[in-house]
Write a protein that binds this ligand. Structure first.
Ligand code: 13P
Length: 253
């Protein structure tokens, strides 16, 4: 019922020249996987060139962050209007932004509202840290991130958004969550809270991804889980063949 969704978060990797080569490398393979929504999220500096390369394909483009104001004296920030020139998607609230740049649930909420106001589809990231996990606080943390991050969002917008559950301890570590445990958290915490806010019908339509050390060798194990609708892929999205294989693994689960 929910169309599978695979996005590549390149993080702070690849120059324009390298991005061009990477996209050229993965494009033929990626284009064959049309039953999956595929999205590339390169750094800001490559958005223009990659959007040109993706023109005429069904592959989407996303930014990795944005500010909530449209313009003004905010040195170093990039606005929804600027993102919108090239992108259909924007990643918001990634744990690296929460950790290194002090992003809060409240800030994520403002960005989310700005994204919807500009017809950008947000990929909202949530997930607990290792310490929170070990302290048995996963459910509380994830619930808080959902309730505060999504406060005041209307149902129509909610239906279009994508949520990514990325346990922080699984990101870039090679230590992915167990697919069953991720499925349990996504079903009984994330989707349950979405249902509490937006109702069962809307919650059943929202795509929820898993992220954290996804690669071609483990992707299918996540995609066969009933509550997991795809993946937000970091490191493996920088390898053309890997990212194509992960997208292929999302077909027919
Ligand atoms: P890795 O796939 O490198 O663990 O990164 C996951 C992630 O943070 C995607 O947003």
């Amino acid at each position: 019922m929910r169309k599978p969704f695979v996005a590549g978060n390149w993080k702070m990797n690849r120059t324009v020249e390298q991005a061009t080569l990477l996209v050229a490398d993965m494009l033929p393979g990626l284009q064959t996987v049309s039953s999956v929504d595929r999205v590339l999220c390169p750094p800001f500096t490559s958005l223009m060139v990659v959007s040109g390369m993706l023109a005429g394909t069904e592959i989407g483009l996303g930014a990795q962050n944005m500010y909530w104001e449209e313009q003004g004296a905010y040195t170093g920030e990039v606005s929804p209007l600027m993102i919108k020139e090239f992108c259909q998607y924007v990643i918001l609230g990634h744990s690296e932004r929460r950790k290194y740049y002090g992003e809060t649930d409240e800030g994520v909420n403002w960005k989310l509202k700005a994204a919807f106001a500009h017809n950008l589809i947000p990929i909202v990231c949530i997930g607990e840290t290792l310490e929170e996990n070990e302290d048995g606080r996963t459910a509380d943390v994830v619930q808080r991130q959902v309730l505060k991050g999504l406060e005041g969002i209307n149902k129509t917008n909610a239906e279009a958004m994508v949520v990514a559950y990325e346990p922080v301890w699984a990101i870039g570590t090679g230590r992915s969550a167990s697919p069953e445990a991720a499925n349990e958290i996504i079903g009984s915490i994330v989707r349950k809270n979405l249902a509490a806010i937006f109702g069962e019908d809307i919650a059943a339509k929202i795509r929820i991804l898993y992220g954290g050390s996804v690669k071609s060798s483990n992707a299918k194990n996540f995609f066969v889980q009933s509550e997991i609708d795809g993946a937000l892929v970091g490191g493996a999205s920088l390898k053309a063949a890997e990212f194509v294989k992960i997208s292929e693994a999302a077909v027919d689960n």
